[in-house]
Design a protein around this ligand. Structure first.
Ligand SMILES: NC(=O)c1ccc[n+]([C@@H]2O[C@H](COP(=O)([O-])OP(=O)(O)OC[C@H]3O[C@@H](n4cnc5c(N)ncnc54)[C@H](OP(=O)(O)O)[C@@H]3O)[C@@H](O)[C@H]2O)c1
Length: 280
């Protein structure tokens, strides 16, 4: 990826999503604003935040400081499940925009399923938020195959993605297949398994053959499958490493070997996760 060049992207139900984004979970304060600014200066064209991350203000600050044009950057945020009641969802979406200082986001996601609130009600509210012009596109995150079906049945607007944990150590083939069948993009969170990719011998060996790092091979594996990646780093010097994934290609044999790294205990994010934001 070169600054100034068009960002490689995928098309999904009318949305064009840059294949590389910057994850921002746990980035806070000045570090967050600085990393976002530098990422955009280096050519990143996609930012991933959420109301849960409590950094939308800083993401917006970094964006403005970078001088990047609004239309050139794809901004995603997510609504936390405690705000899934229809009226709450609309208010939460407006609050996100106020913090980001944007008039609309490119993509608004339901962050995690909430079994306490009927999904059709939440999807209806999400569609209305889109029709009201607060989000150009809408989608879901952490949805299973069954929940994707339920969400699609309830939606009268296209759902453009499912953001899920995805990296070589986890087999997500079933949910990926379901997303593809419905034209939805797969956005991989924790794409380098929270840094674990770095020490992996197979990824390291394949990387050495391409003069790339294990982390770059890990990210390349995903984008070569047409999966969007949103690696996070708090270190400006790692932004370039994580972005240099579009100038080499893995062979079919290498892709197969990397896919073989998946194992049952490969998940790094706990599905029983119930991080309670302050507003609960
Ligand atoms: N929808 C959801 O429910 C959900 C859940 C989790 C995450 N997400 C999103 O996905 C993003 C990415 O996932 P993640 O933050 O969980 O994990 P990740 O991007 O897989 O890994 C981040 C970790 O890797 C390290 N790292 C980054 N680049 C590196 C490199 N080149 N070499 C070695 N280590 C490196 C970072 O440390 P340094 O800071 O020290 O570089 C950090 O500890 C999040 O930030 C968030 O935006 C969404």
């Amino acid at each position: 990826m070169t600054a100034g060049a068009p960002a490689p992207s995928v098309e999904a139900n009318g949305a064009r999503i840059p294949l590389l984004g910057l994850g921002t979970w746990e980035l806070r304060g000045r570090t967050c604003a600085r990393v976002v600014e530098q990422a955009l200066r280096l050519g990143y064209r996609h930012l991933d935040t959420a109301e849960l991350y409590e950094n939308e203000r800083e993401v917006g600050e970094g964006f403005r400081a970078s001088g990047a044009k609004r239309n050139d950057v794809f901004v995603t945020t997510k609504i936390w499940p405690s705000h899934f009641a229809p009226r709450e969802l609309a208010r939460a979406a407006r609050d996100c925009l106020v913090r980001l200082r944007l008039s609309e986001v490119d993509l608004l996601l339901l962050h995690w399923p909430n079994p306490q609130i009927p999904l059709p009600d939440t999807i209806g509210a999400l569609c209305k938020v889109k029709r009201d012009g607060l989000a150009r596109h809408i989608g879901v995150s952490n949805f299973t195959v069954a929940l994707i079906d339920e969400a699609l049945a309830a939606s009268n607007e296209p759902l453009v993605c499912n953001q899920i944990e995805c990296h070589p150590f986890l087999d997500q083939s079933k949910v990926i297949k379901a997303c593809r069948a419905h034209g939805m993009a797969v956005v991989a969170y924790s794409p380098i398994a929270r840094g674990d990719a770095r020490g992996n011998a197979v990824l390291g060996r394949i990387g050495a053959a391409h003069k790339k790092t294990a982390v770059q091979v890990c990210l390349r594996f995903l984008v070569q499958h047409g999966i969007v990646v949103i690696p996070r780093t708090s270190k400006v010097e790692r932004l370039s490493e994580n972005a240099a994934i579009f100038d080499f290609e893995l062979s079919k044999q290498e892709m197969t070997e990397i896919a073989g790294l998946a194992h049952p205990g490969g998940r790094v994010v706990d599905w029983a996760f119930s991080g309670r934001p302050k507003w609960d």
